[in-house]
Design a protein around this ligand. Structure first.
Ligand code: HXC
Length: 513
């Protein structure tokens, strides 16, 4: 027995060394942690149970039968985060550059199957040179097996992808299918074709960082939801993100016990400027409404005319969607619509109630928007809200104009509670634009056109630039003093806690993708 145990221990030690000390040193010299170090930082201390540590690849081409590393370039298993079960895989760049072989893929699929059967999140720590080149189609098949499993798991269990090194070629499609992607600044990149192919095909000269680095994907493409300063920051962000999410679509959110007190927030009444055209930061409103320091913004640098993120209100985990008047006056455009739609769908998949803060002057006009499909992209957000059955509460803080009023979680598309502040303006458009259209003739014929326009603008504003017409129709449930808002929202989400909606049975809807 002693001898047999020593063979086992020898194998375990060998597996733990991955591609060997030299390659581990190289990994560290790039400022990167190893696959195992990442897992130990990610999971609660002592909770990791590894599976498949002794798996080896089956390739016999190009002398591969003589180059075997126990575990085959990926560490897989399960453990706990904040005391809750999660499944994890962590690619080991020290073994064939973390490249994906048939067996490496099988290990990932195995833990995904366990996650699906046991209803717990999957976290992938990606650091890979892509398909194991020596294996040809076996490795391509392995990728497809993972993509398929990602799709089956989508909406069933949360899936988070951390990109902590290269992620290129078809490999990018697994993270893209998962719910959230976090990239490490300067040491990770994602692209379908790298700088060399780009140069050959389009003659563009570009670095990996510019083409597919963390900042590029955070601001230009929106492919990544979060950027981390380094490996440690990345892992901590994954842990934080998970703290808001339920285990699966069958679980409730991980709420924190909360005693409801007075909850008055005096400063909140000072945020909205007197002039309707003056910008302000919607994050200041969010901070005043949610539990202290609980707002965790997602997709911050992409389409910043809309803000999305998780927070707690009275201890309850919620998703927030808010127009941002600081950027493009908070209009809806192609990118902000699809950013918000994806977030709304995620929250609805996983029973996370939605709070929507509205200050929207409409949709962004222009050829760029029309030709890039503002019609279908705006429709995505409309569809996502209409389809959502989680508790949905809206607060109109200022403008709610035109089609954007309908889209931003209006009563008409199924919101449960619609509040407005006295500063709200619910109308087809702003008073100036409206007067120029409906009083065109009177203004043109007036001896003083400027005075006439101002007079008509005031007339229109008095009639429509307030929440009372909408409240009179019941489209707004209550016009509230900003100071009382937080308390009302806490009560509202508690009241909606057991909401159940039965929709007609069908295979699935056809969201305008
Ligand atoms: C096998 C690989 C590998 C791969 C790297 N290695 N990529 N082995 N298959 N795809 C090995 C190297 O031979 C090396 O082995 C070790 O990993 C580290 O690689 P280095 O090149 O020394 O590291 P670095 O300089 O940091 O460069 C990393 C890299 C580069 C940029 C990822 O290795 C690279 O360009 N690799 C090839 C990438 C690629 O073309 N992949 C296929 C993409 S197509 P030793 O023994 O020296 O340590 C694809 C299709 C998927 O993925 C389709 C799915 C549908």
């Amino acid at each position: 027995m002693k001898n047999k145990l020593s063979i086992l221990n020898q194998k375990i030690e060998e597996a733990k060394l991955g591609g060997g000390e030299e390659r581990i040193k190289k990994q560290h010299s790039k400022g990167k942690l190893t696959a195992r170090e990442r897992i130990h930082l990610l999971l609660d201390p002592g909770s990791f149970e590894e599976l498949g540590m002794l798996v080896e690849h089956r390739s016999v081409d190009f002398g591969m039968e003589r180059q075997k590393f126990l575990g085959d370039g990926v560490v897989t298993g399960y453990g706990k985060i904040h005391g809750r079960l999660v499944y994890v895989f962590s690619q080991d760049f020290t073994v064939f550059g973390g490249s994906l072989s048939e067996t490496h893929a099988e290990k990932i699929v195995k833990i995904m199957d366990l996650a699906i059967a046991n209803k717990a999140p999957v976290i992938g720590l990606n650091d890979s040179g892509g398909a194991r080149i020596q294996e040809g189609v076996n490795s391509l098949g392995g990728y497809a097996d993972i993509f398929y499993k990602n799709t089956i798991a989508s909406g069933l269990v949360p899936q988070i992808s951390a990109i902590m090194g290269p992620c290129a070629g078809g490999a990018v499609y697994s993270p893209a299918i998962t719910d959230f992607t976090i990239m490490v600044d300067q040491s990770s990149y994602m692209f379908v074709t790298g700088p060399n192919v780009v140069k050959t095909v389009t003659n563009e000269e570009i670095t990996s960082e510019e083409l597919g680095g963390a900042n590029t994907h955070a601001s230009k493409s929106g492919v990544t939801h979060l950027v981390a300063a380094n490996d440690k920051d990345c892992i901590l962000k994954v842990r934080k993100l998970l703290s808001y999410l339920p285990q699966s679509c069958d679980h409730k959110t991980p709420d924190i016990p909360y005693e409801l007190g007075e909850e008055l927030r005096e400063k909140i009444g000072e945020i909205i400027p007197d002039s309707p055209n003056q910008p302000y930061n919607i994050n200041d409103v969010i901070e005043q409404l949610v539990d202290q320091d609980s707002f965790f913004e997602i997709h911050k640098k992409f389409a910043d005319n809309i803000v999305v993120g998780f927070a707690r209100i009275g201890g309850k985990s919620i998703g927030i969607v808010a127009n941002q008047p600081m950027s493009l006056a908070g209009v809806l455009d192609v990118d902000s619509s699809r950013k918000a739609a994806r977030f709304v769908r995620f929250c609805d998949s996983f029973n996370i109630p939605l709070l929507v803060l509205v200050d929207v002057p409409g949709f962004l006009p222009g050829t760029d928007q029309e030709w890039n499909g503002i019609i279908v992209n705006g429709a995505k957000l409309l569809f996502a809200f209409s389809e959502a059955t989680v508790p949905r509460v809206s607060l109109i803080v200022r403008k709610a104009y035109g089609g954007a009023y309908d889209v931003m979680n209006s009563k008409h598309i199924g919101a449960d509670l619609n509040y407005a502040w006295p500063t709200a303006e619910v109308a087809v458009m702003g008073a100036k634009g409206a007067s120029e259209i409906i009083f065109r003739k009177e203004i043109k014929e007036a001896s003083n056109t400027t005075m006439m326009l101002e007079q008509k603008e005031t007339e229109y504003a008095e009639k429509f630039a307030h929440p009372y017409k909408a409240a009179g129709r019941g489209f707004i449930d209550e016009v509230i003093d900003p100071i009382l808002t937080r308390r009302k929202l806490i009560r509202a989400f508690r009241m909606l806690e057991n909401k159940k909606v039965q929709r007609p049975l069908k295979k699935h809807g056809n969201i305008p993708l």
